[in-house]
Design a protein around this ligand. Structure first.
Ligand code: SF4
Ligand code: SF4
Length: 167
């Protein structure tokens, strides 16, 4: 819209001078600008080898926490899904069976827990809504994928691994 309202700069149609025809002054001027920038403080970083520090309020990928005994904190209450403005969280609750007390903290647990990172706006409302300190947003951001399915994070991707367990 701005381009339509601004009057375009008139085209310079005068014949080129000898100095303009040999291009050397223009090349030297360009090299001068390049040299000037070589010695200036760089605004860019060599990512991914070099990373900028995150802001203290940065919110990245989610994790599902375990308690001190390694049991899943999440009790599938659904409050995080209700609080999510992007409807990015999907879950299915299940009842704990006898003998599973070392896996799940309470009688109910999330048999399925998924976050669609393409929908998520990393607002942190799920973390705030959780009464069990089960879900946290970390300082890791979602890596790139070639397919949409790669952005659907299931429970195995989100759960904090047990000590010695590899993801
Ligand atoms: S961070 Fe916000 S958008 Fe993302 S899952 Fe949590 S509540 Fe939903
Ligand atoms: S993560 Fe928290 S709020 Fe969400 S279902 Fe589990 S216990 Fe409830």
């Amino acid at each position: 819209m701005q381009a339509l309202t601004n009057r375009a700069k008139p085209v310079d149609r005068r014949p080129m001078t000898f100095m303009e025809k040999i291009y050397l002054p223009a090349i030297a001027k360009g090299m001068g600008i390049t040299l000037k920038h070589i010695f200036q403080k760089k605004e860019t970083v060599r990512y991914p080898e070099q990373k900028r520090p995150f802001s203290p309020v940065f919110r990245g990928l989610h994790v599902l926490n375990r308690d001190a005994e390694g049991r899943e904190n999440c009790t599938a209450c659904g409050l995080c899904a209700v609080a999510c403005p992007a409807e990015a969280i999907t879950m299915e609750a299940a009842e704990r069976k006898p003998g599973e007390e070392n896996l799940y903290r309470e009688e109910k647990y999330a048999a399925r827990y998924e976050i669609n990172m393409l929908r998520c706006i990393f607002c942190g409302f799920c973390e705030e809504a959780c009464p069990k300190d089960a879900i946290y947003l970390t300082e890791t951001f979602a890596p790139a994928h070639y397919k949409r399915e790669g952005f659907i994070y299931g429970k195995k991707d989100l759960l904090v691994p047990m000590p010695g367990e590899k993801k």
